[in-house]
Ligand binder design. Structure first.
Ligand SMILES: C[S@@+](CC[C@H](N)C(=O)[O-])C[C@H]1O[C@@H](n2cnc3c(N)ncnc32)[C@H](O)[C@@H]1O
Length: 305
């Protein structure tokens, strides 16, 4: 298995401890420890079912979409996770007689290994890239793994885990003439639904990995519109300590006092109009196709420069 490393485990461990000290734990740590990976796999199995039809549809178009590429099709997937959706598309490209090279990009060593191993089981050459996709430099370096024309993927509302105004521009900077970007987004619905137990487990897992137990406090989920643009909705998650705690973040002891709040990862959802504007008016891409998921919860866009 071949994995290039732009972000080391030592750097992640250091950042994890710093983020708990800062009471603000960003997205990448929610897929890092074995506990988090297990919680994520349970949670994501539902979204995979929701998206299966979309990826079947996209896979049927894989040959047509990449007609101008010639025989070789590099596929670079930002925030690939286990790469389970990606693999449907890779297989369809292989069936269309393309030679595919797959570059899953992720900060989670565990998920990256799964993505590479899965692609290799399908006889697809895979080179994992362990990188931080919130860094414009890491994104550009990862994009440079192959020359244009390339297919970029960003799936599972990965965009919603970052500031979408910054992240859409960062992705667009990677997309050159001739490249394709396939990106999905979760659509905002009115009315707040209570987070299901699997989501609570996923959101709590980084703190649990540092020694917290559910009885140590409360998880608070709240949603608010992002004032910068109509149609952007931000769900924040916070942990509110109900007693004094001693956490252990990779060897660093951190004291949290009763009443303190720790910000956990956030998620954006979008109206269809807002996500279209982010990709086109804001980031300068053109949408050439869109596929709503069967339940209307996601829309997947095919974009070009
Ligand atoms: C919502 S999941 C989507 C996974 C997969 N694309 C899917 O559709 O199931 C987000 C993925 O992005 C990765 N990720 C989160 N923050 C990251 C960061 N800063 N740098 C690199 N990868 C990150 C996570 O490890 C996870 O695999």
């Amino acid at each position: 298995m071949n994995i290039e490393v732009l972000l080391t485990e030592a750097e992640i461990a250091e950042e994890f401890a710093e983020s708990i000290e800062a009471r603000d734990v960003p997205e990448k740590f929610f897929y890092w420890t074995p506990l988090s990976v297990r919680a994520w796999k349970t949670l994501s199995s539902r979204s995979r079912e929701q998206m299966h039809e979309t990826w079947e549809k996209l896979s049927r178009k894989a040959g047509d979409l990449t007609r101008a590429f010639g025989e070789n099709v590099p596929v670079i997937s930002f925030g690939a996770g286990e790469g389970l959706k990606d693999r449907l598309f890779l297989k369809a490209l292989q069936e269309a007689n393309r030679t595919v090279r797959y570059f899953p990009v992720d900060s989670s060593q565990n998920l990256l290994e799964a993505a590479c191993a899965g692609a290799e089981d399908d006889d697809c050459e895979a080179i994992g890239i362990k990188a931080d996709i919130s860094s414009p430099m890491h994104m550009l370096l990862a994009a440079d793994a192959a020359e244009s024309p390339r297919v970029f993927l960003m799936t599972g509302n990965t965009l919603g885990g970052f500031d979408p105004m910054e992240q859409t521009r960062q992705i667009a900077d990677c997309v050159k003439k001739g490249d394709l970007l396939i990106i999905d987004a979760k659509i905002h619905r009115d009315g707040v639904t209570a987070p299901e137990p699997e989501r609570r487990k996923f959101v709590f897992a980084p703190l649990e990995s540092a020694g917290a137990v559910p009885e140590d406090g409360e998880l608070e989920f709240s949603e608010k519109p992002d004032e910068r643009r109509d149609g952007l909705f931000l769900t924040t998650r916070k942990f509110h300590a109900a007693r004094d705690l001693k956490l252990n973040a990779w060897g660093r002891e951190i004291h949290i006092e009763r009443g303190e709040r720790i910000f956990l990862n956030f998620r954006y959802r979008f109206t269809e109009e807002a996500i279209r504007w982010l990709l086109t008016g804001h980031a300068g891409l053109r949408i050439v196709a869109d596929i709503p998921s069967a339940d209307g919860e996601f829309v997947t866009f095919v974009c070009i420069r």
